[in-house]
Design a protein around this ligand. Structure first.
Ligand code: ADP
Length: 303
């Protein structure tokens, strides 16, 4: 459904996207993963027809984007990293305005706008967008990307501004879209986030695809993303309860522990100790950085 064939974009002699070959079948939730500056946004901008490739090509549903940008835009829904709206209009007015571009009749627009606002949890919000938080804007951005009931949805860093509740809503929406056969491409620099919703993943580093595949690549990458937390206390610790904890080893006196978790839960640990009146002597967090993880792929990919 989404195809990149030797897709390349060069800025000032430096490739931002370098010879990218990618094939995403229909119904897939694909995660484009990579650190900042890897070329994710540039890839997406070419896929949605907002910039032209220097060489190579990309197509959506068999239609080449650079040759038929308008046709492609009808098929896709796109949420950019920074979503722009009319600040003096409400969410419903902004969505209605976007829906007009697709030639929907008024009755249908009204129904669609109502459904989308409910879907992203903004129904009943009557104020204008100018007063929205970043998270609310991102929710509205997601609704706008879905206004034309697209076959392909492309989301650039969709969870960047969302609070935990927003992230859960977003995951539910993406799973729901996938369940209806929509193809979804999500970009992110957060490994654990991609592993939560995506069925396959491509890892981008310095404009090049250094690894791609399904769950296996994801779980391997997620494994390397684990956080190790060493805790030492003055009196015995309780067991910490968090679904993020993968393993916990306690010393015999329970005054030291090594906890391996899916994400950094050091705040939760500190709070629990404080609440229980336990003296905290040391709390050290060891987190692999994304660059290191990607570098291991990069080295393997070029070996
Ligand atoms: P990501 O989305 O993964 O953070 P980008 O696609 O935004 O990465 O950027 C990839 C590289 O291309 C970066 O080095 C960035 O500085 C460069 N770049 C992006 N857009 C432009 C532009 N319009 N002009 C010059 N360089 C650009």
């Amino acid at each position: 459904m989404i195809l990149c064939d030797r897709l390349t974009k060069v800025y000032n002699g430096i490739p931002a996207v370098d010879d990218l070959c990618l094939e995403i079948p229909a119904g897939e939730v694909f995660g484009l993963l990579g650190p900042n500056g890897a070329g994710k946004s540039t890839t997406i901008l070419m896929l949605v027809g907002l910039i032209r490739p220097t060489s190579g090509a990309c197509s959506i549903g068999g239609i080449e984007v650079a040759a038929h940008p308008i046709e492609v835009k009808r098929k896709i829904g796109y949420m950019p990293e920074d979503v722009g709206f009319y600040a003096d209009r409400t969410a419903a007015e902004n969505l209605d305005y976007a829906a007009r571009f697709y030639g929907l009749a008024e009755v249908e627009r009204k129904r669609r706008v109502g459904d989308l606002l409910a879907l992203v949890g903004l129904d009943g919000v009557g104020t204008t967008v100018g007063g929205y938080s970043k998270g609310m804007r991102q929710r509205l951005g997601l609704a706008r990307a879905l206004v034309n009931d697209p076959e392909v949805v492309i989301l650039d860093e969709p969870t960047a501004n969302l609070d935990p509740r927003g992230v859960l809503d977003y995951r539910r929406i993406v799973r729901d879209l996938a369940g209806r056969g929509t193809t979804v491409l999500v970009s992110s620099h957060i490994l654990s986030e991609v592993s939560k919703v995506c069925t396959s993943v491509g890892i981008l580093a310095r404009g090049r695809l250094v690894a791609s595949g399904d769950r296996e690549v994801l779980s391997r990458a997620a494994m390397q993303d684990r956080v190790t937390i060493d805790v030492e206390t003055g009196n015995p610790m309780p067991r910490f309860a968090s679904p993020e904890i993968l393993s916990a080893e306690f010393s015999q006196d329970a005054c030291s522990a090594r906890i391996v978790a899916e994400s950094d839960i050091s705040t939760l640990i500190a709070k629990t100790l404080y609440t229980e009146g336990i003296l905290l002597r040391r709390l050290a967090v060891e987190k692999p950085d994304m660059e290191d993880i990607l570098l291991s792929y990069y080295t393997e990919g070029t070996a």
